[in-house]
Design a protein around this ligand. Sequence first.
Ligand SMILES: C[S@@+](CC[C@H](N)C(=O)[O-])C[C@H]1O[C@@H](n2cnc3c(N)ncnc32)[C@H](O)[C@@H]1O
Length: 510
Amino acid sequence: MKDRSPRGSSAAACTPAQIAASTLSRYRDLVDDWDAFVAALGRPLAPCIWANPTRISVAELVALLAEEGIAAEPLTALPGALRLAPEARTGQHWWYCAGLAHAQELVSQLPVRLLDLAPGQRVLDMCAAPGGKTAQIAFALGNRGTLIANDLSTHRIKALQGNLDRLGVVNVSTTCKDASNWPLRGGQFDRILLDAPCSSEGTLRRNPSLLGRLGPENAARLAPKQRLLLEKAVHLLRPGGRLVYSTCTFAPEENELVLDAVLAAAGEGLRLLPAALPGIRCAPGLTEWQGQALDPRLAGCMRIWPHHNDSGGFFIAVLEKPADVAERHRAAPPAPPVDGAEEIAPWLEGVASRYGLPEDIWSRYRVHRQTKRGLHLSAADHCPPRAPRPEASGLFFHRTNVRPPKPTTAGALVLGREASAHRLDLDAEQRDRYLRRETFTPHPEQLAAGAYGQVVASYRGHVLGMAVVHRSGVVESLFPSRWSGCTATSGGQPAAASPQPPAGASSSHH
Ligand SMILES: C[S@@+](CC[C@H](N)C(=O)[O-])C[C@H]1O[C@@H](n2cnc3c(N)ncnc32)[C@H](O)[C@@H]1O
């Protein structure tokens, strides 16, 4: 297939002279090895991916990529993650469209690994779009329970939902709100990720054009917002809960200085935990900046320079609210009841019988009608927030306002693997035509199965989406047009500077 993903930016990398002349030179005395730092910024960045644990094992993914001619090196420090060659592209490969993997830069994978996640925790991802970390959290929770993914930007929430749809994430409700105004009446959280909007200096390797737009004025503009967001996160954290603050920038004003102010204001009510990940090299957080002494505990933060792990740059702090803090835990209000069970039941029976789904299939999910267009599906124990009102809970999986009603692509990707009827397994040529939304003629033995009408289309057993087998003998692809341009987004870019992915099938470094 044609690959249109901009993984591993094709823009010219930054030269040492450009870096020396840029505002990055203000970090010359902070970086442990300036020459290595400059050299790293001048090298292309190899894309990283992780295997979707609900669809494929890492070993199977490595083998599959090898068959596709893509060399993948497992990252020993990050189980489940693979580094590809710098020139490799993710995006519009069939295995990517089938949600077998997600592209996420190495450093972007780190904050979630410090959240100490376990199934059953109630988690908030405050600034979540385009959702690479949301998906990581969702799977660390076992794709069950309650994760709320919030972002200020409506169209970035659409991109996030597209990633969750492709990956089959069913334990997320999305909200679109200024997180610094998040209502406490919605209940506190066991874990919170604040991957804050920042000046994105650490993303230069994949976006060298950012160099001319860097400067301390960005940090001055962003730091007050970051502080408000972090203060809100502290309020929303239950006693004994853990909070990770991260940015993809080097600017101390957006990192240690924000934490210094919030730690001072919180006093005994907040602890900074020393952060480390085996196999990941980093520098300690700063305890002094431009003559200002900072909280000595800040040395426990992770400052990741690009030359440390041949990656982008990142900053991570791990915070904990003591369990014995003088504050009562505000529990989440119970989930709103699912209305319209009688109306929903016949639709579910129809889907299960046509596709031969297991008898217990619907007991694993919470199904509700969110819009007139159709039905949404989330994990059975998912508890959508009462405040703020969610944009969506779970996946839009079945369209009921069309004749005949039909599962969506997201629905097919989640349920289709268990379908024992009306399936059509494609060969490689048909697969590519399907993803290009072209019609094609099935082989006689494929038609012998008698699967006319809507079918679940798959390749080597991996579901790609829905198709229609017409009695005329052609197969029509129902692969969504907006998914057939899998592309990348930069997650950590200032909103105005970053190209946005099409809602649906974006891949993300962040
Ligand atoms: C660094 S990006 C998040 C990347 C994301 N965590 C991921 O891994 O894909 C920061 C996000 O914060 C969002 N944002 C900015 N201000 C916000 C606010 N006040 N409340 C909520 N989200 C905000 C931006 O729209 C942007 O999507």
